[in-house]
Design a protein around this ligand. Structure first.
Ligand code: NCD
Length: 318
């Protein structure tokens, strides 16, 4: 089975074989990127528009670079400065962009579900670059590729996801992806940062870092998402670091070869000790960024193939 989807809106609808197809292609792009082999023919003649309604550093840069490496014409819409600020609705913005005939639309939006809604209004491939607390599929895929390369497999691993799970689209997408690939998932968070209905996720839940990290293969830390909090979720950052911040003492409970991950941006000294984040023997945080470009190249390549097949030869623009 190949990759059939028209859009990449989330991990939820993907079949494990589609995930593997995408990761295999991304792995070869990662190797080619390292060797400086260009693939500018893959998206040649296609237009990619990046619409980020929320701030982003690595995700936007990574989609931009991925598109350029594959030869697309890439445009960044500065949504902060756009007509959205003048009160234009999401749908009006989408229809305006659609009239410009993009082929790939990359969207980040603060509201869960906004990207799905937009995908129904346009006739191009839409990639979700993060929607509210819902999904961030390319982040989960780049995390999966990083884990697979570090551990040599993506199944039967014990993986701890720690911190602000309640506000995290990264956690949601990762729980779905890692679950589909048959890993053991542990969620570690204070009760205030654990999402409700967590029992349905097929995961083990811990309040205590030392217990939750015991013998895990992968430690995935999450940023404390202060912008999504509207009250006192934690007593203080100092107290949070003491109980939930990843430091050498807590990491010692994981397997000796456990890897440390973080999607970035990091709050050093809040959810992670800077020394752990920078420890090249344990931390794969920079590798995650590198795999981000490769995964986005693979995702856009596969969706563009489906788009071209759906349009037929007469409609392909040259
Ligand atoms: C994540 C996001 O935006 O959801 N960051 C990212 O894409 N690299 C996680 C976060 O903001 O904490």
């Amino acid at each position: 089975m190949t990759f059939r989807a028209k859009h990449l809106l989330g991990i939820e609808p993907l079949h494990p074989t589609e995930i593997t197809t995408l990761l295999d292609l991304a792995d070869s792009y990662a190797e080619h990127n390292r060797r400086g082999i260009a693939h500018r023919d893959v998206l040649a003649g296609l237009t990619q528009i990046n619409m980020f309604f929320e701030n982003s550093t690595r995700t936007q840069a990574s989609f931009e670079l991925a598109g350029m490496r594959l030869g697309a014409d890439v445009m960044n819409m500065g949504m902060q400065a756009s007509s959205v600020k003048k009160g234009e609705t999401l749908i009006d913005t989408a229809l305006t962009l659609n009239a410009m005939r993009p082929d790939l639309l990359i969207v980040r939006h603060p509201h869960s579900g906004a990207v799905d809604l937009l995908a129904q209004k346009v006739n191009c491939a839409v990639l979700n670059a993060g929607d509210g607390k819902h999904e961030h599929p390319t982040q989960a895929l780049l995390d999966a590729l990083t884990i697979r390369r570090a551990k040599g497999r993506l199944h039967r691993l014990s993986i701890a996801i720690c911190g602000d799970i309640a506000h995290s689209r990264v956690a949601r997408s990762n729980i779905m992806l890692l679950g589909k690939m048959e890993n053991r998932i542990r969620l570690i968070a204070p009760p205030t940062l654990m999402p409700s209905g967590v029992a349905d996720f097929g995961v083990e839940v811990f309040e205590n870092m030392e217990e939750g990290l015991k013998d895990v293969d992968v430690v995935m830390m999450l940023r404390l998402q202060k912008e999504r909090m509207d009250g006192g979720f934690i007593p203080s950052e100092r107290e949070y670091f003491h109980r939930y911040g990843l430091d050498a003492a807590k990491l010692a409970h994981a397997k000796p070869d456990a890897i440390v991950m973080h999607p970035g941006p990091m709050n050093r000294g809040v959810e992670i000790d800077g020394n752990i984040a920078d420890d090249i023997n344990r931390s794969v945080i920079q590798e995650q960024v590198e795999m981000g470009v490769a995964v986005r190249m693979a995702a856009m390549d596969l969706l563009a193939q489906n788009l071209r097949a759906a349009r037929g030869p007469q409609e392909v623009m040259v």
